[in-house]
Design a binder for this molecule. Structure first.
Ligand code: UDP
Ligand code: MN
Length: 306
């Protein structure tokens, strides 16, 4: 699919931000704010942390635009057990008051729990094959995201977020997270030097990152943006993964490695702090004022096929 096709077939929401006249909110400051975190990348993309945005203001701006958000979530094999908590907590915290369409990909369509969803929110189930290797399940997500966007979403939804199922929402995840290309900083490495990031380090792989390369280590468990941008990301990561496979190489962390390579070259326009994907087993660091979404503790031996 050519770039030309992509730009002609995806609508983008109007970038004009219209405020609600009469809305009262705290005066913003350019000299006072959080001093314990960095909220801008060197390419001037916002890094979203609690205390850097006004949710009421942002929601009022985006409500006017009547935006819609697609979500993809994969629950293959035993991972179906995470689906209920994921869906129930998404109802409580994820884009509350907005149009949300959750796309569940599973080999067990009959086991997708029935969760009551608010008006304007819906769920679709897509059948996918099982696999003997978790690496393959994880890696094939990019292909399915690419196809979903091409076949079902274009011209219909505005934004998309692709999320791991083994996680729960604990706090607001909303309009502050919207952007053209959105990456989430992995909670495990954000205080480390880039040479220690678990990037793919073999130059034979298309996901290769040299020791002196890399901005942040982003997680494969959450990313998103405009359909057009996420389509390009999924298509590129899928192709690089498959071309690697033809040469007998699988990147260290499968599609997460390819995503990190992609985001190094294609800088995200918005970066979400580790508030947006924490891990339940990790003690909360002091700069984490709120945990919005977090991976549950799981026993890999019990749930993965290999
Ligand atoms: N996944 C799945 N079934 C599997 C393995 C993985 O559905 O057997 C999907 C699921 O959405 C999961 C994601 O792939 O959240 C990534 O795998 P996992 O969460 O195990 O990776 P981790 O977050 O532990 O690195
Ligand atoms: Mn996970």
């Amino acid at each position: 699919m050519t770039e030309r096709f992509v730009s002609e077939h995806f609508k983008s929401p109007d970038s004009h931000l219209v405020a609600t006249d009469g809305l009262q909110y705290q005066q913003p400051s350019i000299t006072h704010g959080r001093t314990d975190i960095v909220s801008l990348t060197p390419w001037l993309a916002p890094i979203v942390w609690e205390g850097t945005f006004n949710p009421v203001l942002l929601d009022s701006v985006y409500q006017k635009k009547n935006i819609s958000i697609a979500v993809t979530v994969f629950a293959v094999g035993k991972y179906i057990m995470f689906m209920k908590d994921f869906l129930e907590t998404a109802e409580q915290h994820f884009f509350v008051g907005f149009r949300v369409h959750v796309h569940v990909f599973t080999d067990r369509p009959n086991e997708v729990p029935k969760v009551k969803m608010a008006d304007g929110r819906k769920l679709s189930v897509h059948s996918v094959p099982n696999s003997k290797r978790w690496q393959e399940i994880s890696a094939r997500r990019m292909e399915m995201i690419q196809k979903l966007i091409e076949e079902k979403l274009k011209g219909d939804m505005d934004y998309i977020f692709c999320l791991d199922v083994d996680s729960k929402f604990h706090g607001r995840w909303g309009t502050e997270s919207l952007g053209e290309l959105v990456a989430v900083i992995h909670p495990g490495y954000y205080r480390d030097h880039r040479s220690r990031f678990p990037y793919e380090r073999r130059s034979a792989s298309r996901a290769y990152m040299a020791p002196d390369e890399g901005d942040f280590y982003y997680c494969g468990g959450a990313f998103g943006g405009l359909l057009k941008e996420v389509h390009q990301l999924a298509q590129t990561c899928r192709k690089n993964f498959e071309d690697d496979a033809k040469e007998g190489i699988e990147a260290a962390w499968q599609e997460e490695s390819h995503l990190n390579r992609y985001m190094w070259i294609n800088k995200p326009s918005k970066v979400l702090s580790p508030e947006y994907l924490w891990q339940d087993f990790k003690p909360r660091n002091p700069e984490i004022l709120i945990i919005r979404f977090s991976g549950v503790v799981k026993n890999y031996n019990d749930i993965r096929p290999n």
